[in-house]
Design a protein around this ligand. Sequence first.
Ligand SMILES: Nc1ncnc2c1ncn2[C@@H]1O[C@H](COP(=O)(O)OP(=O)(O)OP(=O)(O)O)[C@@H](O)[C@H]1O
Length: 227
Amino acid sequence: MLEGKDIGIKFGKRWLYRHVNFELKSQHVLAVIGDNGVGKTTLIRAILEQQKLTEGALTWPDKKPVIRYVPQERPDAQDFPLRISEFVSLSFDQGIRPWMTRAEKDQIQHILDDTHLVELADQRIDQASGGERQRSYLAQALLVDPGLLILDEATANLDNIAKYELMDVVKHYRDHHHLSIIMISHDLEIIKEYADDYLLLKPEGSEFGQVKDLDVSQLEVGNQDHA
Ligand SMILES: Nc1ncnc2c1ncn2[C@@H]1O[C@H](COP(=O)(O)OP(=O)(O)OP(=O)(O)O)[C@@H](O)[C@H]1O
């Protein structure tokens, strides 16, 4: 669904990387990995058309899908005393209509159910736990039924139970809603469990392949569990 061909990004005189090649297959999970500062988020910004490539191209062989981006933390979510159900519903474009239709309410209910948030629907998001907040960001992203979901270190601050809970929801949507996923992660266990392919970014030459063939010895030791 997405092809990156000979991508290079340069800031000033410094190349972050050159000759980056990868492919995101439909309903696959692509893990983008690499050391801190190598340019993982910059590549995501390029996919979101917020960053120009210096060379190479990103192409969508079919129609470009609806894309939703889930970051590690959303400081804006903390600024308003919204209930989780209200936060999730912000994805709807209601225009000037202040109420939700029956169909929209049903969709919210469905997504809250899938993300295990039904009992927390009236909880304020600024008072929710890290795992509950991440599931709320995910629910908001999934509400519009995207074709591509981008997770930017979405599990980095979560404990073992919460991160597997979150990724199981993502996996369910991948399997049942024709969803493809790009995830930035430093967590090798999560990558091995949930990702199909990997793109290892390195200034001296990037590598794309299947996770089952990933040689973990070349990754920075101790970098797995933090952002
Ligand atoms: N607009 C910009 N102008 C100049 N330099 C930039 C710009 N955007 C990013 N950089 C630099 O590019 C490098 C890569 O940043 P990026 O955030 O993409 O790395 P990352 O791999 O996501 O890092 P981390 O794992 O720490 O989140 C950094 O050195 C950053 O300072």
